[in-house]
Write a protein that binds this ligand. Sequence first.
Ligand code: ZN
Length: 260
Amino acid sequence: MNTDSAAHRGAGREPHPFAGPRPTTDGPVRRTLLRTALTGAAALGTGLAAARPATAATPTRSAPPRPGTPDEAWRELAAGNRRWCTYRERHPHETPAVRRTLTTAQHPFAVVLGCIDSRVPPELVFDQGLGDLMTVRTAGEVLDEAVLGSVAYGVLELGIPLVVVLGHQSCGAVRAAVEAEESGGHLPAHIQYLADQISPAIDHGEEGDARIDATVDANVRLVRSKLVAEPDLAARITTGRLGIVGARYELTDQRVHRLA
Ligand SMILES: [Zn+2]
């Protein structure tokens, strides 16, 4: 633990920069009510601003604005990952003041669809805190209806401008899918579903560990392509309000890099 981090945690007065009023105009009443209900605000019909406690009304002048565009959101994640992989984490937005602010609203700036792997928790590898990321995690970033609905909720209802599909080095789900195909065996329980979803991404130009490694990348691209093809998401991409990027985390140096 470095001194910056210790000071940051101990301050206890950190305002959350992304918990104030949304930078854009509110959507239809239905969306406001849905957002209110799902974020736990008690005062239905009064709007999020009215429901906030007075102590959390306004971000301080020094607080940075919430990333509002896909590029801004990615830059924030990239900066956090640079801190993480150089052991200069800030562990932002964890203080008692932040927790109080977040009792009535949330305005995360990115959805991260990552793997369940215990070595790749999005909030840590991007050095983000409470209220910053909406995370969805399934083995091998596999999609199903619940995952698609979760991503759509973040984008359409919360107005999140960036979705990151985050694969990683040495993914066990990808390895299982590759080995199941090579052996012709059937995986137990619902694990076969995961393998079936990853299967179209299996790289047949490589062998052994290189095949698994190449399939990690191909699987990220496959998942991203499925998300991009979702009509409601595609409409936002077209107008520049949403970016969907593929990325990969390396266990060896803890860096995240985008996949073209
Ligand atoms: Zn994995």
